[in-house]
Every structure is written in C-alpha cells, then in structure tokens.
Ligand binder design. Structure first.
Ligand code: GLA
Length: 455
C-alpha cells in the first residue's frame, strides 16, 4: 500500500475527527473484459479488479453515529445515527452507497447495537466512469462495518450481502461488481459464476495488455432509468419465452432459468429467440395478454419504481444480446485456457479474444443499445491505433472502453488514441492520466491495520 497516501489520509482523519484511525478498509474498482449485462440474467462474467480503489479510514465511536467525510471536497460531510438508516433514492448522494454497505452488513449480523463509526473515504476510481466506483464504496463500507463490529463474514458472503444491499439505491444490478471487488486475485482476471457464487482465476498470457480509456461521458446508472429498463426487458423476455415453450413460466425469473429448464446450449437459445420472440417492440398490452397479467400486476411483478412509465419493450433484441454474450464469455474463457503460457503471445489467441470483444461491443451497441456515439468513436479509434479488440465496459451509455493491445504495440496505441480521441477535444485532456491507462489485474478487498506513521 502506498505509504504516502496512508499518511495523507491519517493527517486528514486526525484533523477531521481528532483521533487516529484504528484500521483501513480497501475495495477495488473493476474492468469487465467480457460478459456485459448478463450477470442479472444469471450468466457468468469475466472481470478483473483494477488498482484504483476506495480506501476508508475508520475509528469506532461510542455515540452510535456514522460520521462520514471524504478527502475529495466535492463530496459533502454526512452524519446519521446507526439506527433507522433511510436511503434517499430520489437523488444520487455519494454517501447513499456507504449506507447501503453499512445497512446490508447491519441487517446480516442482526446486531442489537451496531457500533458508531467515524470514517474518512478516499477514492481513486474516477466517478461515473463505468469502473464501479459506487459498488467499491458499498463493498468497502460493508467490510469496514464488519471489522468495526469485530465480526467475521466470508468474502463470498460479503459479496452477496453487498449485491443485495446496493439495490437500496434503486438500481437492480447483478453481482459482478461486488463479487470481483471481494474475490479478485492479483495477477488474474476472474470468471464469476452465480448461484452459487464462484470465482475462478483466468490467466492472461504475457504480451496481452488491457488499456482502459474513458469516453469522458459520465454515466451514473442510479440517475437514469436505462439500466432498470434493460433488467425489466430481460425478465419479461424470460417469462414470455418460458410460456411460449410451455415451461413453468411463473417460476422463471432470469433468462438463464429458461435455458436451464430446457437443457440446451446458448446457441440453441438464440434459435428459440428467433422462433418465439419478434423484433418489433412489445406493447404493455401484448405483454399483459401473453402473461395473463393486469397492468398493475405487470408493474408490481416485473417492473421497478422507475420503469413503470415504460410503454414498449424490446424483448427480442435484449434476449439475443444476452444469449450471444453468454456464449462469448465461454468462448473467451476457453481461448484463455488454451493460450500459451510464459512462452510468449500467440497471435491466434489474441486475434480470437479480440474478435470476441469486438462482437461484444457490436451487440451492446446494436442489440442492447447501451453504447453512445463517443464510446463508438473511441472503440473505432482504439482499433485503428492497434488494439486487437475493443469494447465498452460496465453498464455503458458513457463511461469507459477496454482494449486488448499486443504489448509491442502499446506505445503506438497510446499515441494514436491520445491524438485521435483526447487531443481532438481539449476538454478531454483534463486528467488524462486518470482517464486513459494500461491496467493489470489487482487484488480484492482487504482490511489494513493502522500502522502509526513517522510524523
Ligand atoms: C453494472 C452493474 C453490473 C452489470 C454491469 C453490466 O456495472 O452493476 O451488475 O450488470 O452494469 O454488465
């Protein structure tokens, strides 16, 4: 851990709270290599943790208060008692994410008295960039709450608790971000499977470098309905497909449930989409009559608070993306498995995973409609500058791309993208080093004991 950073945080903490921190909790952000918008449909994803993280300096207090401060002056201080944590979903306050993690662990532990905490948050993950700064804050807060109460919860359980509790902000996310933040291993990307949650190391051959580039379009998934609309479309598609296939559709929740019930491959599921769904958007009326639901039942069973206004749903396109993307994750994993070891990079391996990444981006853009012009431009510039694969990463609608670049082409790639995308618009040159960088798989969340610094 960067000792200068710890010393700076310790000083800030002393000034703010008049004592030294007892410990630090740390949780990393992530970049998803492939498997976008499939986790909440039950399918595996393949992310890796990045070095950028959320670090919280913590000392307990005996006033049953949560006192939060942030080293970034853009984020205001916040205090609340440890009782009756209410999360205001009407606005995306930064501390809502802390409260989610706190409340999740508090409920899980069922403690009659949760200890009060003075916390100073320091984050290095660019906000609203699709690198999971919000989930890292939820995870870090959950971990800090566990440690402050001197309890032990496994990393897997913490990932599941934080996945559920982040939904208090109103976004119906899957578990990718929280799982990688807790379960990451330094040096490996991870294949994350759900139900049951499992993380398996996937090593990348030497010579392959992943580069993250921000589109400079901010995306806060809690501030718009895009994300929840997609979740709803997938749920509805799952029910309609299951009913058309004469399965026990009332029990089906996710698209993967349909595949499991049918016991066929994801490729077969793509064929079923062609047979049973139509490309024209579905109206509420059509969905209600197909599922024998009233409008009110549709709202309460399949939609969320911020999606009840939606009148038409693209089920065919969303389901096609999900089954196709699930298949690409397996292919990517298989390719990594067969890739050369320490002996050097195999051009064929790079080409095949690069193609999978490109196909993933096209599917996100055309079928899932979660890209934007800036992301598409950036992907094209990355490919022209020497990447073998490039795609949006995270929820989309802004945020970052991830590109796979052969190591020997890295300097030319960095120059090409800098000139082609960032210098083309001077506003994008602001904080370039934070927005455009090569990354390596970092370690998952941890607790650090406080070590008094020299000063
Ligand atoms: C967000 C969500 C994740 C996942 C991605 C898209 O990051 O939090 O659960 O759905 O979007 O792949």
């Amino acid at each position: 851990m960067d000792t200068e950073r710890l010393a700076r945080i310790e000083d800030h903490f002393k000034t703010k709270f008049g004592s030294t921190p007892q410990f630090y909790a740390r949780a990393p952000g992530r970049v998803n290599l492939i498997g976008e918008h499939v986790d909440y449909c039950g399918y595996s994803v393949l992310p890796m943790a990045i070095q950028q993280d959320i670090l919280i300096a913590v000392a307990s207090n005996n006033m049953s208060e949560i006192n939060l401060s942030n080293t970034n002056p853009r984020y205001c201080d916040f205090s609340n008692t440890v009782h009756d944590i209410a999360i205001d979903t009407t606005r995306p306050f930064w501390y809502n994410y802390f409260l989610c993690g706190f409340k999740g662990v508090q409920e899980h532990l069922g403690l009659s008295e949760t200890v009060g905490m003075n916390c100073l948050v320091d984050g290095t993950i660019p906000a609203n960039s699709g690198l999971s700064s919000s989930s890292a804050l939820v995870c870090c807060a959950g971990l800090a709450t566990m440690a402050a109460n001197q309890q032990t919860i496994s990393m897997k359980e913490l990932a599941e608790i934080c996945t559920r509790s982040e939904r208090y902000v109103g976004t119906q996310g899957g578990g990718m971000d929280q799982s990688i933040s807790f379960l990451a291993r330094k040096g490996s990307a991870m294949l994350i499977d759900f139900e049951p949650l499992r993380a398996t190391e996937v090593s990348m051959p030497p010579g392959a470098v992943f580069v993250i580039a921000s589109s400079c379009v901010e995306m806060n998934k809690a501030a718009t309905a895009h994300f929840n609309v997609r979740v709803a479309e997938c749920r509805i598609a799952a029910k309609i497909l299951a009913k058309a296939m004469s399965l026990r559709w009332q029990e089906v929740v996710k698209l993967k449930d349909v595949q499991d019930a049918q016991q066929v491959s994801t490729m077969d599921m793509l064929a079923m989409v062609e047979t049973y769904l139509h490309p024209e958007p579905y109206s509420r009326h059509e969905i209600c009559s197909a599922l024998e639901l009233s409008n009110t039942q549709l709202d309460s069973m399949l939609l969320s608070q911020n999606t009840t206004h939606v009148q038409s749903f693209k089920l065919y396109q969303r389901a096609k993306h999900v089954f196709g993307e699930a298949d690409r994750v397996s292919e990517f994993r298989l390719a990594c498995h067969g890739a050369p070891g320490q002996g050097g990079t195999d051009a064929a391996f790079l080409r095949s995973v690069g193609e999978l990444m490109n196909a993933s981006h096209s599917s996100c853009r055309d079928l899932y409609e979660c890209s934007c012009d800036e992301l598409d431009d950036l992907v094209n510039i990355c490919l022209k500058s020497g990447a073998v694969g490039s795609r949006l990463t995270g929820a989309g609608w802004g945020g970052c791309t991830v590109s796979l670049v052969p190591a020997e082409r890295l300097p030319a790639f960095m120059d090409g993208v800098r000139g082609g995308f960032y210098e083309a618009d001077p506003r994008r040159m602001h904080q370039l080093a934070e927005n455009f960088f090569a990354t390596e798989p970092a370690a998952g969340a941890s607790i650090l004991k406080h070590q008094p610094t020299a000063n």
